[in-house]
Ligand binder design. Structure first.
Ligand code: ARG
Length: 422
C-alpha cells in the first residue's frame, strides 16, 4: 500500500555565510521539517562567497546558489541614490538599506521559480532589515511565507556558537567576531559589541576599508569625477564600468580615511542605536554629485528637490522601495538630471572629501553677472528698486504692528511712512 508522502516545506534562505544564517540551515530543517536552498546574492560584499556556498552544503543545505547582482545594484539602486543625494538623517548613505530590496527581490524570484513555500532571512526582530525584507516579499510574492529564524528562536550569540558546535557546523572564523557586519559595494555597516555604548569611540578594529589614521597620506590627493545626467561615468577622464567605478572610488577615498560615519540613528521600529559605517566611495560620489547640482540647477529647483531627496532617502531607509511613491519621486529626480553633466574635482585628505572645482556646459554661474571685476554686466542700478519691493511686505507688517502697539498704550506717534521714497 502506498504511504502518503508528507510534503516537506521548501525554503529559500538568504544566506550570507555568517553565523546567524549558518545556524539557520539545520534549525529550519529541525523546526520546519524544511529542505533549505541557500541563496547568496552578490552585491559586492567582500570575502569568499564560493567558500560560503560550499559550507552551506556541508551544513545541510539541499542546494546553494549564488546570484551576481552587482551590476543591477549599481545601475538600479546606487545611481538613483546618487541622483537623490541620498543620505538618511543627513549622514548615512543607505548602503545596507539599498541592497535589501534587491536581495529580497532576488529571493522572491528564486523562490517562485523553484516552487518554494517560504523564504527565510537572518534578520533580528529589532532592526530595519526585517522590515525591508518582509515588506518587499509581501509586496512582490505575497503567497510566500516569510520565516525569520533569528527573530523566532531565543538564541544569543553564545547560544548560536554552542548550537553550531553541537551539530559540528562549519563556521567561518570571523563569525565569532563580536560585531555584526553588513557589507556591499556602497559600504560597510558595523554594529554591536563595544559600539553599543554611544559614549565609547569606535575602536580601530571595526574599520576595514579605511586604513589606520597613521597610514592616511600626509598629502592631499585630487581626483575628477565625470557625470552624465547625474550618473558618475569616469574618474580622471577614464571611463569606468559602473561596478569598477564604485570600487575604484572606495579604494581611492578609503586610502585617505574618507567615509567613516559614527551616528546615533533612529530605526523604523522606534529605537535609537549607535551605528558605525565605512562608506568611502559613496561619500565621495555624493559630495561630487551635490557639487555639480549646485552649479547647474536653479535655486528653486535645488530647494524643492532637496525635499524630494529627503523623502526618497527616508523611504529607502524605511523599507518602502517597492512603493508607488518611491517610483514617482525617482521619476521626478531623474527629470532634473539631464543638466547634471560635467565634472567635479574632489580633494581627499585626512578623512575628508571636498569638492574644490566643478565645470559643466550647463553651468548657470554666469561670470559676466557674478564677477566683481570691470567686466560685470549686472545692472546694479536696478538693485535699489528690486530691494524696495522685495522688502515691502516686511516693512508694511512691521509698521502696522508698531502702530497698533502704540495705540494700545495710548501714545500718539507720527504715522510711519510705509511706501518707499525712491
Ligand atoms: N542601521 C543600518 C540600516 O538600518 C545598518 C544595518 C546593518 N545590519 C547589520 N547586520 N549590521 O540600514
Amino acid at each position: 500500500m502506498a504511504k502518503s508522502v508528507k510534503h516537506r516545506t521548501k525554503v529559500v534562505l538568504a544566506y550570507s555565510g555568517g553565523l546567524d544564517t549558518s545556524v539557520a540551515i539545520p534549525w529550519l530543517g529541525e523546526r520546519y521539517d524544511a529542505d533549505v536552498t541557500c541563496l547568496t546574492v552578490d552585491v559586492g560584499q567582500q570575502g569568499e562567497l564560493k567558500g560560503a556556498l560550499d559550507r552551506a552544503k556541508l551544513n545541510g543545505a539541499a542546494d546553494a546558489r549564488l546570484v551576481d547582482a552587482k551590476a543591477t545594484f549599481v545601475s538600479d539602486f546606487l545611481w538613483p541614490a546618487v541622483q537623490a543625494n541620498a543620505l538618511y538623517q543627513g549622514v548615512y548613505p543607505l548602503s545596507t538599506a539599498l541592497a535589501r530590496p534587491l536581495i529580497a527581490q532576488t529571493l522572491a524570484e528564486v523562490a517562485v521559480a523553484s516552487h518554494a513555500d517560504a523564504v527565510a532571512h537572518g534578520c533580528t526582530g529589532k532592526g530595519n532589515d526585517q522590515v525591508r525584507f518582509d515588506v518587499a516579499i509581501h509586496t512582490l510574492a505575497p503567497q510566500l511565507r516569510v520565516i525569520a529564524p533569528v527573530r523566532e528562536w531565543n538564541m544569543n550569540r553564545e547560544d548560536e556558537i554552542r548550537y553550531a558546535e553541537q551539530r559540528r557546523l562549519k563556521i567561518r572564523v570571523t563569525a565569532a567576531s563580536p560585531y555584526s557586519v553588513d557589507e556591499n559595494l556602497w559600504g560597510r555597516s558595523i554594529e554591536g559589541g563595544r559600539l553599543e555604548d554611544p559614549d565609547a569611540a569606535a575602536p580601530e578594529e571595526v574599520f576595514d576599508w579605511t586604513g589606520h589614521p597613521d597610514q592616511w597620506p600626509r598629502e592631499p590627493e585630487e581626483l575628477t569625477v565625470g557625470f552624465e545626467q547625474g550618473v558618475p561615468v569616469s574618474i580622471d577622464d577614464h571611463r569606468r564600468a559602473p561596478v569598477e567605478l564604485v570600487r575604484e572610488m572606495n579604494e581611492r577615498a578609503g586610502r585617505h580615511g574618507v567615509g567613516r560615519i559614527d551616528h546615533v540613528e533612529d530605526r523604523v521600529v522606534g529605537i535609537k542605536s549607535r551605528e558605525t559605517y565605512e562608506c568611502p566611495g559613496a561619500i565621495a560620489l555624493l559630495e561630487a554629485h551635490r557639487a555639480i547640482e549646485t552649479l547647474v540647477l536653479p535655486r528653486d529647483l535645488l530647494q524643492f528637490k532637496g525635499l524630494v531627496d529627503r523623502r526618497f532617502s527616508d523611504l529607502v531607509y524605511e523599507g518602502l522601495w517597492f512603493s508607488p511613491l518611491r517610483e514617482a519621486l525617482q521619476a521626478f529626480i531623474a527629470s532634473t538630471q539631464e543638466v547634471a553633466t560635467g565634472s567635479v574635482r574632489l580633494r581627499l585628505f585626512q578623512g575628508s572629501v571636498r569638492a574644490v572645482g566643478r565645470t559643466s556646459e550647463y553651468s548657470l554661474l554666469a561670470p559676466e553677472l557674478a564677477t566683481y571685476g570691470t567686466a560685470s554686466r549686472f545692472p546694479q542700478e536696478l538693485a535699489v528698486g528690486f530691494i524696495h519691493l522685495y522688502g515691502l511686505p516686511n516693512q508694511l507688517a512691521h509698521a502696522r504692528r508698531a502702530a497698533a502697539r502704540a495705540s494700545r498704550v495710548g501714545t500718539k506717534r507720527a504715522a510711519r511712512q510705509v511706501l518707499p521714497t525712491a
